[in-house]
Design a protein around this ligand. Sequence first.
Ligand SMILES: Nc1ncnc2c1ncn2[C@@H]1O[C@H](COP(=O)(O)OP(=O)(O)OP(=O)(O)O)[C@@H](O)[C@H]1O
Length: 258
Amino acid sequence: MNTPLPPRLSVGGLEVAFGGLTALGGVSFDVADGETVALIGPNGAGKTTVFNAVCGLVKPRKGTVRIAGRPAPARTTGLLKAGVARTLQGLGLFEHLTVLENVLVPLTSLRDPDAIAKAHRTLDDLGLAHFAARPAGTLPYPERKRVALARALATDPRLLLLDEPAGGLGGADIDALADTVRRIAADGRAVLLVEHHVDFVMEVADRIVVLDFGEVIAAGTPEAVQADPAVEAAYLGLEAVGATGTARDGAAEAGGIA
Ligand SMILES: Nc1ncnc2c1ncn2[C@@H]1O[C@H](COP(=O)(O)OP(=O)(O)OP(=O)(O)O)[C@@H](O)[C@H]1O
């Protein structure tokens, strides 16, 4: 009998503290190849901290992050070699470099001999070929976001981490992004995304992990999570279902779960 392969990403009992503040109090979840998992939760719930711990940017007090069964490397090049790429909330593009040069950055750091061909292929795939020679900073925001995605995809990652991919985008761009994310997962890649845009999450996620105050309060299919009273209560800033309370800061931005 074949031993089952370990998940592409496995987060186990992750605890992170900043001084006296427990940002994550023991978070566990997996992401399998070909699966899209969305991490949601009200502002300050710990979503970015999970991302940063997965990328080695914050050191957990306890717990494990494993990529295909092995401890996650701490540095960017190590992560790229392990097949992990991420986008950043602030995009982090080199505005004066061309679109092609931006996409080449991680491929060059991997000393990939096919860097130029791979970069062109990825730009083609994402409908960015005609922007290749343009300085990245001259593109409209939705296209710059796509360049950031292209830069992450160019290395052919097995695990893609997307930090608020729909943030700042409008209707048609969000629909196009949803198609792209579905295509990425259909290629067999594992996708973990942090996102406030609930409609987009409902569209693309196979599973949703809901954080509140650094704890997983719900996990499951979009339908199951949407129907979970604990999730609604968290977004409304209530202690428990049926309790009265005031809306927590950020619940409005998070847009509720409906
Ligand atoms: N570097 C840091 N130093 C101190 N506290 C931090 C640091 N980073 C995060 N925190 C705190 O940890 C908690 C979790 O923050 P985190 O940014 O992970 O939440 P989030 O769910 O990503 O929030 P948002 O949706 O607003 O981005 C918050 O209370 C935050 O203030």
